[in-house]
Design a binder for this molecule. Structure first.
Ligand SMILES: Nc1ncnc2c1ncn2[C@@H]1O[C@H](COP(=O)(O)OP(=O)(O)O)[C@@H](O)[C@H]1O
Ligand SMILES: [Mg+2]
Length: 317
C-alpha cells in the first residue's frame, strides 16, 4: 500500500458577513476513504464541484483535512519527520489540468523538469541538463526544447513537460487531475497514451481524475464515483461500467454518447445540483429517480456488493 486516505472531511468557508463571520461552508469532502496500491490506476469520476480536486490536493498535502488522515506508507503525513516528508514529496507527484498555470514562465524547460532533481540530489548543471534531455526524450520532445520557455510550446507539449517534471524523481504515485481537459481533442489521446507508457516503464500508480468516462474505463483498475464529497460507488472498472449499482453512476454513464447506433442508451437528464442545498440522509435524494423515504435517514455507510465493489445506496441494503 502506498497511500491511504482515512475518513477525510474538508470544508471551505464561504460568504463572510459584514463582521467577517463565516455564514456558510461548502463540504467538499465528507468522510472519504480510499487506498492506493503499487502500480494501480484509480479513476475518479463525478460532476464538477463534487470534490475530486480537493481529494487530490489532500493527497498531495496542498490542503489539510479538517478531520481524518492521509497515510503515506503507513505514516500520517501531517506528522512526518523532515526526511520522511521529503521522501513522501518525492514519491507523490502531480500533473494538473492546466499546464499554462503550472509551469513557471520564467524558467527554461530543462530547469523546470530538473527542479526536483536539483533540490533533492544537488546535481551539477551539466548532469541536470543531461538528465533533462533524457526526460524530454521519455515524454516525446526533442532536445532542442531544452532551452525554450513554456510560452514557446503548445498546450500538449507543455503537458508533456509537466509529465516529465512529475516523473523526474521516479515517483510511486502521480495525481493526475484532469490532465487532458485543457488540451485540444486531437492531442488528448496522445497524452493519455504517454501517461500509460510512463506507467509501464516506471511502475507508477495514478489517481486519475477525469471527465472522460471512456478514458477512465479504459485505463483504470479501480474507479471511484464521487457525489457531493462522498464516494457513492467504488469498484473495478468492470464493476463500475458493467455492473453499475448507484443511480447516480447510472446517470453519469448514461450521459456518455456512444458512437455505435446499435447500442443506444437511454439518456437520463440530470439538472445541476445546488452545492449549498442541505439535506439529511443521502445527498443524492433530491435528484434520485429511485428514491425512497428511508433514504432520508441513510447514513451513507457503504454496502458490499463484492470484495472490490461498494455502493452507498439503500437499494442495496
Ligand atoms: N479553496 C476553496 N475555497 C472555497 N471553496 C472551494 C475551494 N476549493 C474547492 N471549493 C469548493 O469545494 C467544492 C469541491 O471542489 P473541487 O474539489 O474543486 O471539485 P471538482 O474538482 O470535483 O470539480 C466546490 O463546491 C468548490 O467550489
Ligand atoms: Mg477539479
Amino acid at each position: 500500500m502506498i497511500l491511504e486516505v482515512k475518513e477525510v472531511f474538508k470544508s471551505f468557508p464561504v460568504k463572510k458577513n459584514f463582521f467577517g463571520k463565516v455564514e456558510k461552508v461548502i463540504r467538499a469532502l465528507n468522510g472519504v476513504s480510499l487506498s492506493i496500491s503499487e502500480k494501480e490506476t484509480i479513476g475518479v469520476i463525478g460532476e464538477s464541484g463534487c470534490g475530486k480536486s480537493t481529494l487530490g490536493k489532500v493527497i498531495l498535502d496542498l490542503e489539510k483535512p479538517d478531520r481524518g488522515k492521509v497515510f503515506y506508507r503507513g505514516k500520517d503525513i501531517s506528522n512526518l519527520r523532515k526526511k520522511e516528508y521529503r521522501i513522501y514529496r518525492k514519491n507523490v507527484q502531480a500533473v494538473f489540468q492546466n499546464p499554462q498555470n503550472s509551469l513557471n514562465p520564467r524558467m527554461r524547460i530543462w530547469e523546470i523538469v530538473t527542479e526536483g532533481l536539483k533540490i533533492n540530489y544537488k546535481l551539477p548543471q551539466k548532469e541536470l541538463k543531461e538528465k533533462a534531455k533524457e526526460l524530454l526524450s521519455t515524454v516525446g520532445l526533442p532536445s532542442s526544447y531544452l532551452d525554450r520557455y513554456p510560452h514557446q510550446l503548445s498546450g500538449g507539449q507543455k503537458q508533456r513537460v509537466a509529465i516529465a517534471r512529475a516523473i523526474a524523481l521516479e515517483p510511486e504515485l502521480v495525481v493526475a487531475d484532469e490532465p487532458t481537459s485543457a488540451l485540444d481533442v486531437s492531442v488528448q489521446a496522445q497524452i493519455v497514451n504517454l501517461l500509460m507508457d510512463v506507467q509501464e516503464s516506471l511502475g507508477i500508480s495514478y489517481l486519475f481524475i477525469s471527465h472522460s468516462l471512456p478514458v477512465v474505463e479504459a485505463i483504470s483498475d479501480r474507479v471511484i464515483v464521487m457525489y457531493r464529497g462522498y464516494i457513492v460507488e467504488e469498484g473495478t472498472s468492470k464493476e463500475i461500467f458493467s455492473d453499475t449499482r448507484h443511480p447516480y453512476t447510472k446517470i453519469l454513464i448514461s450521459s456518455v454518447p456512444i458512437p455505435d447506433p446499435e447500442r443506444k442508451r437511454k439518456v437520463i437528464k440530470l439538472k445541476d445540483f445546488d452545492s449549498e442545498e442541505v439535506s439529511k440522509g443521502c445527498p443524492f435524494y433530491s435528484r434520485c429517480p429511485e428514491r425512497k423515504k428511508e433514504c432520508l435517514f441513510y447514513n451513507m455507510k457503504p454496502f458490499k456488493i463484492s470484495k472490490t465493489h461498494r455502493v452507498s445506496c439503500t437499494l442495496h441494503s
